[in-house]
Design a protein. Structure first.
Length: 701
């Protein structure tokens, strides 16, 4: 309490000092340095009070994050401590060199108090699942205010400011404020690493890049470079087109000197641009050039993932549902292309256009227009990111339930014949229905015709409702911000045309054309951001598969197996699928060359397990399996399995030709060898009686 009283007293002293220089603002509102610092003093004072109120409020959120704090949290804390140190150092340094004013001291003092209170609030709320709105607003306004001097360079930075070190302090302050903003807003500081799709963003992008850049193809590399050039060229057209609209309107005011070439050039630019993110010659050409790159990415990912799945052990495959694995694989590969397309061709161009627009309006019009565009854009992006991040948990929940229901449906259809044998069609339908519905009873009562009824709400539908309702809220906030920014700018342009006569009608066309052109892709920004979130989730699931450890692999000293005697030795073999059930316990025997051995036992006694261990489909925890005296763990898997033939008790055939199935045991076999194998199995005549012989397709259940 004493600490807060001291802070408020310090604020009061700074406020009294600030009003001494209030008269300096009258002739330079609002860009004059003394004036803007006075505004900054008021803003930071208000934000400090807001954070102080929030810090004193009880926490009403029941869910809190668990686990270690992410690196981004400590990055933000250190940056805030440095901001406090920089502001205090600047105050003492200004007194030391005798280059200070009351407004400058008040502004710096307000920043010190603001960051101290903000840091305490930040630490207090560190374990919440999302960033409090007060902190989100704080960082957004701090960044906006710190960017003002960049657009009024001559007013702020003179030889005196460079000499007394004010420029150095400003640069450090701007950099640290941006670090705080990025750490908290984009890296999801206040949530656990696994709950944000944007956590470890750089690591996720680094996982994608090897599949995007075609190292072995110069042609594809040139296509990538050309696509990036077209992207940059499109940004320049977005600036030029509104200017031509202005020149055309202003030119029509003087018909005798109007140049029709302006219309031709404007039409050409519109043809190249299209309607923003979609259409247009440049975007069409870029999409055409990007197709082979997209195919390259998909091909490389799918092949590597498919190879990795085949390298995993049988134990892993038996513990997974094939339908779920294939769905994760399909979603993951398509999600990578979605992420690349949306980031490269939607988000990056949109943010670039915003930066160019802010600079353009600051330089072409005045401070007010640049400020309107900057504040509107920053608030729009912050609201979109903040609300969409908040909605992520609904999408994750829906994704998990969709995966579960899909796996049930796939398994049921794969066992279609068994379902028919037992007449359990409705049982399977009910099982699938329950997987989708997941009934949840809520203690909510409604009065219908005088009766109170307890309503049963399905959790999937509840999550879907929350997702759609939060989407409607996001759209409302986005449209409200865009409408306010558009109204403020249009009224200001109209005022400067009709009253001050500083601008022309063409400037109004320039402003509205540019703003509408800028807002068009922002209408899809929320959708794009949500799509990227979903794609990140799908990509995470795919890379989780790729990161699965291969527990049965060749040892570093493994050798090729070349049979000599053909003797198999099993010595004191012990194996269990889990700790509670031992399948094989101390099994030992030998099989010499030319001998036949039968394994007899009831179902579940370990006969199939023993065969799998002979193929080294599982690792032996205790005991050993040897071929010609060599431990199976010291032999290369491929060379070992090529020396063993097997006829499984369950018929396993691929949905391919008869020739493919016969040749599968040795893909290098010739057609003559396939015929001989068919004759040896006494199925040659039957195969030849089929319409297409060995080329006849097998349709397997």
């Amino acid at each position: 309490m004493v600490f807060r009283i001291l802070i408020l007293s310090f604020k009061f002293i700074a406020m009294v000092s600030a009003f001494d220089d209030f008269d300096q603002c009258k002739d330079g509102w609002p860009i004059q340095p003394s004036c803007s610092r006075l505004i900054g003093f008021g803003i930071y004072t208000a934000l400090a009070v807001l954070n102080l109120i929030v810090a004193c409020m009880p926490r009403g959120i029941s869910y809190h994050r668990v686990g270690n704090l992410p690196i981004s949290f400590f990055t933000a804390v250190i940056s805030k401590l440095l901001l406090i140190a920089v502001s205090i150092s600047f105050i003492f340094y200004s007194f030391y060199v005798h280059q200070y004013s009351h407004t400058l001291m008040a502004f710096a003092s307000a920043r010190v108090v603001f960051w101290i209170i903000n840091l305490s609030s930040f630490i207090k709320w560190r374990d919440l699942p999302y960033l409090p709105a007060s902190l989100a607003i704080t960082y957004s306004l701090a960044v906006c205010f710190d960017l003002i001097p960049m657009f009024a360079w001559n007013e702020y930075f003179t030889s005196r400011t460079f000499k007394n070190g004010e420029f150095v302090f400003y640069s450090m302050d701007l950099i640290l404020t941006l670090v705080v903003f990025v750490s908290t807003m984009c890296l999801s500081t206040l949530r656990s690493e696994s709950s944000s799709t944007w956590s470890n963003f750089s690591r996720k992008i680094s996982l994608i890049l090897p599949y995007v850049w075609p190292k072995k193809s110069i042609t594809l590399q040139l296509r990538v470079a050309l696509c990036l050039f077209l992207l940059l060229f499109g940004r320049l057209i977005n600036v030029a087109l509104p200017l031509y609209s202005k020149w055309i309107v202003d030119g029509l005011a003087h018909p005798e000197t109007f140049q029709y070439s302006l219309i031709y050039i404007s039409t050409l630019l519109k043809f190249l641009q299209g309607n923003g993110a979609m259409g247009g010659f440049l975007n069409t050409l870029r999409s055409y050039l990007w197709i082979p790159i997209q195919q390259y990415t998909t091909r490389e990912l799918e092949v590597e993932l498919f190879a990795h799945l085949h390298s995993l052990s049988l134990r892993w495959h038996l513990s997974r549902k094939t339908g779920l694995v294939l769905r994760v694989m399909d979603r993951g590969t398509s999600s990578v292309n979605s992420i690349l397309n949306y980031i490269l061709f939607n988000i990056v161009p949109t943010i670039t256009d915003i930066i160019i627009a802010v600079v353009f309006f600051f330089s072409t019009f005045n401070f007010y227009f640049g400020g309107i565009v900057l504040v509107t854009m920053v608030l729009y992006l912050v609201v979109t990111i903040y609300v969409t991040e908040w909605r992520t948990k609904f999408r994750r929940d829906m994704n998990e339930k969709e995966n579960a229901s899909s796996a049930i449906a796939t398994d049921s259809l794969l066992n279609y014949e068994t379902v028919k044998y037992y007449g359990n069609e409705m049982y399977e339908v009910d099982r699938f229905r329950h997987a989708i519905e997941w009934l949840l009873q809520l203690p909510v009562y409604f009065t219908l015709s005088g009766f109170q009824r307890k309503i049963a709400v399905y959790s999937f539908q509840l999550a879907e409702w929350r997702s759609n309702a939060s989407l409607a809220l996001l759209n409302f906030l986005q449209n409200g911000l865009i409408g306010l920014g558009m109204t403020a700018g249009s009224v200001l342009v109209a005022y400067l045309i009709t009253v001050d006569q500083q601008l022309t009608v063409g400037d109004y066309v320039l402003f509205t054309t540019y703003i509408l052109q800028l807002y068009a892709p922002l209408n899809f920004f929320g959708t794009v951001y949500r799509t990227i979130q979903k794609s990140f989730i799908d990509m995470e699931n795919m890379f989780d598969l790729m990161n699965e450890e291969v527990d049965v692999r060749d040892s570093p000293n493994a050798v090729e197996y070349h049979p000599t005697e053909g003797k198999i030795s099993v010595n004191n073999l012990i194996f269990a699928y889990n700790e509670n059930r031992i399948v094989l316990n101390g099994i030992s025997f030998e099989v010499g060359s030319g001998q036949s051995v039968a394994l007899v036992g009831p179902s579940g006694s370990g006969k199939s397990t023993l065969i799998r261990l002979l193929f080294r489909l599982f690792e032996c925890p205790e005991g050993s399996v040897s071929y010609d005296g060599m431990d199976v763990r010291h032999l290369k898997l491929r060379s070992l399995r090529k020396q063993i033939g097997i006829v499984p008790q369950d018929t396993v055939l691929f949905n391919d030709t008869i020739k493919y199935n016969i040749r599968f045991g040795r893909p290098s076999a010739t057609d003559e060898e396939i015929y001989e194998a068919a004759k040896a199995a006494m199925i040659h005549d039957k195969i030849m009686s089929l319409p297409e012989g060995l080329s006849n397709f097998l349709v397997c259940p």
